[in-house]
Ligand binder design. Structure first.
Ligand code: SF4
Length: 253
């Protein structure tokens, strides 16, 4: 059975033809990971290790040790096939990843404002129509007032605006899973930790808003499942589409 996800729905909304190439025809693509994506993966992994240790043993890994873990993961994971547009800047990328971890650590130490409940979840929920939806939360935490926090780490340059946060579907869908599994939750905050900026963006949804969102997602899934003609939707986004070299509809300007 298909398990829907934020990126699957987003792909369909962006371009139904791309959805077909990716999820139905499963057309293989030549893809080179970028150094930015590599840094993001390693930083996520380091924070996962940090909060998992706190969750399981209540111990805080000292910052120096954590940065050594970062170095080790970098060395283990680095592959010469990773795309670096300016190879002479590679040490800078490595430094920026370590800086994000270091500043995050300093800002949040001793990590006791919230209690971690789960890290890097790999869960599914069943929506009202029986469809399955993938839940992948970087870190789920709660405060003393039983308010829950669905936390997402972002390592990109662009700062998320409050307006974007209030419209975000990804974390809002995850909070439906939180609501079902932690009925004691009062408010569920959606929280983006913008690591490059060392800032946090919050949003919150009411139960009514979440019900409406679930209905919308279910209707979108119905649209996908009843679609027989996956019409291309060329846009400026073609520039980043992994199929642009094989797609006759790609917008190139
Ligand atoms: S290149 Fe553009 S039109 Fe073609 S599949 Fe990708 S997004 Fe769609």
């Amino acid at each position: 059975m298909v398990v829907y996800s934020h990126s699957r729905l987003q792909t369909f909304e962006q371009c139904p033809y791309k959805y077909k190439l990716k999820y139905i025809d499963k057309v293989p693509v030549e893809y080179r990971k970028t150094v930015e994506a590599f840094v993001g993966e390693i930083v996520h992994k380091v924070l996962e290790i940090l909060f998992k240790r706190i969750l399981e043993t209540n111990q805080i890994i000292p910052k120096g040790e954590l940065l050594k873990i970062y170095d080790m993961l970098w060395e283990e994971g680095w592959d010469s096939d990773i795309l670096v547009n300016q190879p002479d800047k590679l040490p800078l990328y490595k430094f920026l990843g370590a800086k994000m971890i270091s500043e995050y650590y300093n800002r949040n130490y001793p990590f006791n404002d919230l209690k971690t409940v789960a890290v890097e979840t790999e869960e599914k929920i069943e929506l009202i129509d029986g469809s399955k939806y993938h839940i992948k939360i970087d870190r789920l935490a709660k405060d003393k007032g039983n308010n829950f926090y669905v936390i997402d780490y972002k390592t990109n340059n662009r700062m998320k605006t409050h307006e974007e946060a209030d419209k975000d579907r990804q974390l809002a869908m995850y909070s439906i899973w939180v609501l079902r599994n932690f009925p004691e939750a009062n408010l569920i905050y959606l929280r983006w930790d913008m690591l490059k900026h060392n800032e946090t963006v919050f949003s919150v949804r009411t139960k009514e808003q979440l019900k409406k969102l679930e209905k919308f997602v279910v209707s979108l899934i119905k649209d996908i499942e009843s679609t027989t003609e996956f019409i291309p939707r060329p846009s400026y986004l073609c520039k980043w589409c992994v199929y642009k070299n094989i797609c006759e509809y790609a917008k190139n300007d």
